[in-house]
Design a protein around this ligand. Structure first.
Ligand SMILES: NC(=O)c1ccc[n+]([C@@H]2O[C@H](COP(=O)([O-])OP(=O)(O)OC[C@H]3O[C@@H](n4cnc5c(N)ncnc54)[C@H](OP(=O)(O)O)[C@@H]3O)[C@@H](O)[C@H]2O)c1
Length: 338
């Protein structure tokens, strides 16, 4: 077992990490950190558990530590669910101190020597870990993309053979994507908010890095044009997106590609049986009915029409955040980087 810690363990993503790591077969969760407000208290006393699964009592007696390298002496790997502005410095300090860092924060995603990985889409980009080591780092940072970008790139993975150039996407994003303090209840009730800070830019840039080609110790970005419009809607968990991709082949061929899709990885504990699930029903996918497919790790795709147009939906704090990081850590571990 590898001892692991979670940075920002009391937040929306941090709690998902605790849920996914409490009984993990490869990782033993020993350390939890949060802000000074929470440090020093037992996790069960300080966390406001807001997930749709029972609280893992075995983790409740861990005492929350301050977020610093000195709190992480007993671990080899940390999962970061810190706000981006805190993550930048803390994650760098952890990696320089020899730790492996799997991060959800946006701070390091676009740095040239940091892998931005979705295991089913670009597992070969983990080779950037060696580049970080060439740059003199003892540990390393591996990031997963923004929650909407993960859902979108997974939905595009089965279609890569079609040679498209242009992707348009309009998202309908859950309130949990803004963290626990992010959206006041009275602001989202009976409402749609047509702006999510930096989200469109993240979808438009991160996608090109993830779907890019690893060559000569660097990633050459994919030559797609991505145009995104992002919106917050009154859904608790699950980001839905309408997508338009300029594929010229008939709908039947695209449907076959979704149904036949097999990802290039296997044998990882958090990997769902199906990474992408195709639905023929005319009114699916829906967040309330489909977000927990594959324990929240499957992206559901449906309403495939000429155009090519379709709907993709995935759980934003599992597939789009904590589950994505845990799957990355499993891939890293299976490739013997730890
Ligand atoms: N929510 C999503 O769907 C989602 C998806 C993908 C990526 N992300 C990214 O994941 C990260 C966490 O997001 P979240 O939604 O979980 O946020 P959140 O609910 O606001 O949680 C933030 C966590 O960070 C801790 N924290 C805040 N300020 C700190 C400081 N100065 N020093 C140390 N710890 C501090 C908080 O501890 P206290 O409880 O003690 O304040 C809490 O544990 C962000 O970078 C976000 O962009 C989120």
């Amino acid at each position: 077992m590898i001892n692991v810690g979670v940075l920002g363990a009391t937040g929306a993503v941090g709690q998902r990490f605790v849920q996914l790591l409490a009984e993990h077969p490869w990782f033993k969760l020993t350390t939890l950190t949060a802000s000074e407000r929470s440090a020093g208290k037992l996790y069960r006393d300080v966390v406001k558990w807001r997930l749709d699964v029972p609280f893992p009592e075995s983790i409740g007696t861990i005492r929350v530590s301050p977020t610093s390298v000195s709190s992480l002496k007993d671990v080899d790997l940390v999962f970061s669910a810190l706000p981006a502005e805190v993550a930048k410095e803390t994650e760098t300090a952890c990696a320089n101190a020899g730790l492996a860092v799997c991060s959800n924060a946006s701070s390091h995603r676009m740095e040239p020597d940091i892998p931005l990985v979705v295991p089913e889409v670009n597992p070969d980009h983990l080779a950037l870990i060696d580049v970080q080591r060439d740059h003199g780092r003892d540990g390393f940072i591996v990031t997963n993309p923004n929650c909407s970008t993960i859902v979108m790139t997974l939905a595009l993975a089965p279609l890569r053979g079609f040679g498209f150039h242009s992707i348009h996407v309009a998202t309908m994003q859950a309130i949990s994507g803004a963290g626990f303090e992010g959206v006041p209840a009275m602001g989202i009730y009976d409402n749609v908010i047509p702006y999510i800070g930096q989200e469109e830019q993240k979808m438009e840039t991160e996608t090109l890095k993830i779907m890019g080609t690893f060559e000569q110790k660097t990633v050459r970005p994919a030559a797609y044009r991505v145009s995104a419009s992002c919106h917050r809607v009154p859904v608790i968990d699950g980001h839905t997106m309408a997508m338009w991709v300029d594929i010229q082949e008939p709908v039947e061929k695209v449907k076959e590609a979704f149904i036949r899709y097999k990802p290039p990885i296997k044998g990882l504990p958090t990997q769902p049986k199906e990474s992408v699930h195709f639905m023929d029903d005319p009114d699916r996918p829906q967040p309330r009915l489909d977000r927990n497919r594959g324990n929240g790790m499957t992206v559901s795709v449906g309403r495939l029409r000429e155009g090519i147009r379709f709907i993709a939906m995935g759980h934003n704090t599992i597939r789009g955040a904590a589950g994505a990081s845990v799957l990355n850590a499993e891939l890293i571990s299976s490739k013997k980087y730890l």
